[in-house]
Design a protein around this ligand. Structure first.
Ligand SMILES: Nc1ncnc2c1ncn2[C@@H]1O[C@H](COP(=O)(O)OP(=O)(O)OP(=O)(O)O)[C@@H](O)[C@H]1O
Ligand SMILES: [Mg+2]
Length: 476
C-alpha cells in the first residue's frame, strides 16, 4: 500500500501543500516548511504531534488528507475553536476503530527510520529478532523443556527467550554449575572414605559376618585346652604327691619307732624300779602291739585315701591328658579381623550413600545439559522453518547477525539498509518511509538510501536543508 495523494492545508508552517504518490525530496533553507510536511503526515497516521501548535498561526482550522492506492482515505481537520474532525474510510466505507486500524498499517520506525541507527544495541537486536515470525506460546516451551524455565522474560522474542534459557547467568546453567560443584564435593568425600578403607574393601561382605559361632568355638577350645593343661599339671604332680605321702609315712613310722623304743626303755627301767607295777605295766606292754597295729592301720588307710583321691582326680582328667591342644590364635586373629572389618561398615555405607547421591546429581546435571543444549540448538531449527525477514540474517547466542556480523560491525551503508528493512516489516501495510533531515547523511549515503528504498519498492518522502530560498519538491 502506498500513498497516492497528500493534501495539507494550514498545518504547522504550511499554508497549502499537495502531492501525489511519488518519491520526493523536499529541499530548501531552514524554515521553509519541510518538516511541517512530514509532521502533517505523521499527524494523519498517529493522531498526535510532538509540536504543541498544530494549526497554522492565525488560522482556526488545519487539514491533512491522505489517500492510498488501495482506496484508504484519512482526513483529519484540526480546529482551534471547535472539536476536531476525523474520517478514515476504505473505499468510502467508514472504518471502525480507525486509530487501532491505522496503528496496524505502519511501524514507528517508518516515520523516522534513521532513528534505528541511534538505538541501543539491545533495542536494535530486539527489533530485528522480533521480525522473525515464529508461532510459539508457553506450551511450546513446555514441550521443549518439560517445564517453563524460571528467571526468563517470556515477553521477548522466542530467540531471546531461548538465549536467556541457555545463558551462563541463567537458571539452568547456574543450577547445573551448583549441582556439578556438589557432585565434585561428594566424589571427593567418596575418594577420602575409599582411601581410609582397606584396599578392595567390600562392606557388604562384612556387614553380615557373624562372630557368635566363632567366639563359641574359641571358648570351647579354650575350655578344652584348660582341661588338658590341668590334666598335665596334675599328672606331673602325681609322683611328687605320692612321694610326699611316702615320706610322711616314713617319718611317722620312724617317729613311732622312736617313741616305742623310748617307751620300752622307759618301761623296762620302770619295771626294774617299780616291780609292783610290773603286772600293770606288763599289761600295758602287752597292749602296745595292738595299739600300734591300730595306728598303723589308720596311717595306712589315710595314705590309701590320699592316693585314691589323687588317682580319682587324675582319672577325671584322664580323657584330656593325651589329647593334642587345638590352636586358638588363628581363630582369634580371624575374629579380630572380622571385628576390624565390621568397624568400617558404617563408613563404607556412608561412602555408598554419597556415591549414590553423586550419581543422582549427575543425572540432574545431565538433564540440565540436555536442556541447555536444546535451548542452543533450537534457534537453528527455528530459523530453518521461520520466515527470515532480512536477507543474510542469522542468530547466534540470541544475537542477530547480518551476513555473520552484529549490527555494531556493519558499515554505515549496511546500517541504512537495515533501517529500511526493519522499518518496513508489514508487507501488507503502508510501504512508505518519512526521512526528516536526510542532510545528516553524506551524499553517497543519501543516494544509497534512496536506491535501497527503490529496490525494495518503498515510497519515501525525505527532507533536506539546502540554501534554496523556497521549498523545492523534487521527484526522485
Ligand atoms: N503552528 C505554526 N504556525 C505558524 N508557523 C509555524 C507553526 N509551526 C511551525 N511554524 C513555522 O513554520 C516554519 C517551517 O517550519 P519547519 O519545521 O517545517 O521548517 P523546516 O523547513 O523543516 O526547517 P529546518 O530546515 O530548519 O528543519 C518555521 O518558520 C516555523 O517556525
Ligand atoms: Mg525541519
Amino acid at each position: 500500500m502506498k500513498i497516492s495523494r497528500i493534501k495539507i492545508k494550514n498545518l504547522f508552517g504550511i499554508k497549502e501543500y499537495e502531492a501525489g504518490g511519488e518519491n520526493v525530496e523536499l529541499t530548501g533553507k531552514n524554515g521553509v516548511g519541510k518538516s511541517s510536511v512530514i509532521d502533517a503526515i505523521r499527524l494523519a497516521l498517529e493522531n498526535k504531534s510532538d509540536r504543541d501548535y498544530i494549526v497554522r498561526s492565525g488560522e482556526t482550522e488545519g487539514e491533512i488528507l491522505i489517500e492510498t492506492d488501495t482506496g484508504l482515505s484519512i482526513d483529519r481537520k484540526i480546529r482551534t475553536q471547535s472539536s476536531d474532525y476525523k474520517s478514515v474510510k476504505q473505499n468510502g466505507n467508514v472504518i471502525k476503530s480507525p486509530e487501532a486500524f491505522l496503528a496496524g498499517i505502519f511501524t514507528k520506525l517508518q516515520l523516522q527510520p534513521i532513528e534505528f541507527m541511534n538505538m541501543s544495541k539491545k533495542d536494535q537486536n530486539r527489533i530485528i529478532l522480533d521480525m522473525i515470525e515464529y508461532e510459539w506460546d508457553l506450551n511450546t516451551i513446555k514441550e521443549w523443556f518439560g517445564e517453563i524455565p524460571q528467571d526468563v522474560n517470556y515477553q521477548q522474542n522466542i530467540l531471546a527467550v531461548l538465549n536467556d534459557i541457555q545463558a551462563e547467568n541463567g537458571y539452568y546453567f547456574q543450577t547445573r554449575q551448583d549441582i556439578n560443584r556438589d557432585i565434585r564435593e561428594k566424589r571427593a568425600v567418596v575418594e577420602d572414605i575409599k582411601n581410609s578403607l582397606p584396599i578392595g574393601y567390600d562392606g557388604a561382605e562384612w556387614e553380615d559376618a557373624d562372630l557368635g559361632d566363632l567366639y563359641m568355638e574359641i571358648e570351647k577350645r579354650r575350655k578344652n585346652n584348660e582341661m588338658i593343661e590341668k590334666a598335665q599339671t596334675m599328672l606331673a604332680g602325681h609322683d611328687a604327691k605320692i612321694r610326699g605321702l611316702d615320706a610322711d609315712k616314713e617319718i611317722r613310722l620312724a617317729t613311732l619307732d622312736r617313741q616305742e623304743s623310748e617307751a620300752r626303755t622307759r618301761y623296762n627301767s620302770e619295771i626294774s624300779s617299780l616291780k609292783e607295777q610290773i603286772n600293770a605295766l606288763m599289761e600295758k606292754l602287752a597292749s602296745i602291739d595292738s595299739r600300734k597295729a591300730d595306728r598303723v592301720r589308720v596311717i595306712e588307710s589315710e595314705y590309701q585315701a590320699g592316693v585314691a583321691k589323687i588317682e580319682s582326680e587324675i582319672e577325671s582328667y584322664a580323657e584330656y591328658r593325651d589329647r593334642e591342644k587345638l590352636p586358638v590364635d588363628d581363630l582369634l586373629s580371624q575374629a579380630r579381623n572380622i571385628e576390624k572389618m565390621k568397624g568400617h561398615v558404617n563408613e563404607w555405607r556412608r561412602m555408598q550413600r554419597v556415591e549414590k547421591e553423586a550419581e543422582e546429581l549427575k543425572e540432574k546435571s545431565d538433564l540440565l545439559t540436555k536442556k541447555i543444549e536444546k535451548a542452543r540448538s533450537l534457534p537453528g531449527e527455528i530459523l530453518e522453518t521461520a520466515t527470515i525477514p532480512i536477507e543474510g540474517l542469522s542468530v547466534q547466542n540470541g544475537v542477530p547477525l547480518i551476513n555473520g556480523l552484529p549490527v555494531s560491525n556493519l558499515s554505515e551503508g549496511e546500517k541504512l539498509d537495515l533501517c529500511i528493512d526493519v522499518a518496513i516489516q508489514n508487507r501488507s501495510g503502508l510501504q512508505i518511509v518519512l526521512i526528516d533531515g536526510i542532510e545528516k547523511l553524506a551524499t553517497p549515503m543519501r543516494e544509497h538510501m534512496y536506491q535501497k528504498c527503490k529496490e525494495k519498492g518503498v515510497q519515501f518522502i525525505a527532507t533536506r536543508t539546502t540554501d534554496d530560498n523556497d521549498l523545492i519538491i523534487t521527484e526522485l
